[in-house]
Design a protein around this ligand. Structure first.
Ligand SMILES: O=C(O)CCC(=O)C(=O)O
Ligand SMILES: [Fe+2]
Length: 200
């Protein structure tokens, strides 16, 4: 049912790596704070976002795109932790590094509607997703919005790869199991997606 090229690696990151990533995200967010993105239609998203790396995905009245500066502060995004660059080299592409790491913060109650990730230049590069903190009920289907979907619980330390046929699979987060982890300060879930936004 799930297109080929979807890789699910439960427990890929140990507790120490998970804690190091949450610390790095929180340190980055001191300079590049979490903010509430606004869709092109004018609605606030349910997740808070920030990013790490040369570029990051943003949305506003002008549409979806990648930008080199934080939309609120105007400053560059903080650097991506080496651990993430290494994980990408191992699982995604050893030759071309990711140029964006989108950071989504889901407080309990937040969700993300079914969508495709299609604002990147080259769909030959996969999207690598890291889950931290509370468990998420993740949904993934096919390349058409109407294709059947499957639900999967993503727990802290789980890693997923959307590559190949699954690169353009519809996916989203239906809900967060609040209180299922104590990793994220203030509670909730952090999801990191490593992407290659610009051509290699
Ligand atoms: O939070 C997740 O697991 C998925 C996030 C996502 O699909 C995205 O940021 O595009
Ligand atoms: Fe996505």
């Amino acid at each position: 049912m799930i297109p080929s090229g979807f890789l699910y690696l439960p427990g890929r990151l140990d507790a120490e790596a998970q804690a190091a990533l949450v610390s790095a995200v929180m340190a980055g967010a001191e300079d590049a704070p979490f903010y509430t993105p606004i869709t092109p239609g004018g609605l606030p998203m349910r997740v808070e976002m920030t990013g790490m790396g040369p570029l990051n995905w943003i949305t506003d009245a002008a549409g979806y795109r990648y930008e080199a500066a934080h939309p609120v502060t105007g400053r560059p995004w903080p650097p991506m932790p080496q651990l993430l660059l290494d994980l990408w080299a191992e699982l995604a592409d050893p030759a071309t590094p990711p140029d964006a790491c989108l950071v989504n913060l889901y407080r309990p109650g937040a969700r993300m509607g079914l969508h495709q990730d299609r604002d990147e230049a080259d769909f030959g590069f996969p999207v690598l997703s890291v889950s931290l903190g509370d468990t998420a009920v993740f949904r993934i289907g096919g390349r058409k919005r109407t294709d059947p979907t499957r639900s999967l619980k993503l727990s802290s330390g789980d890693v997923c790869l959307l590559g190949g046929e699954a690169r353009l699979a519809y996916h989203g987060v239906d809900r967060i199991l609040g209180g299922s982890s104590r990793l994220v300060p203030g509670g909730g879930r952090i999801n990191l997606t490593l992407r290659r936004a610009r051509p290699a």
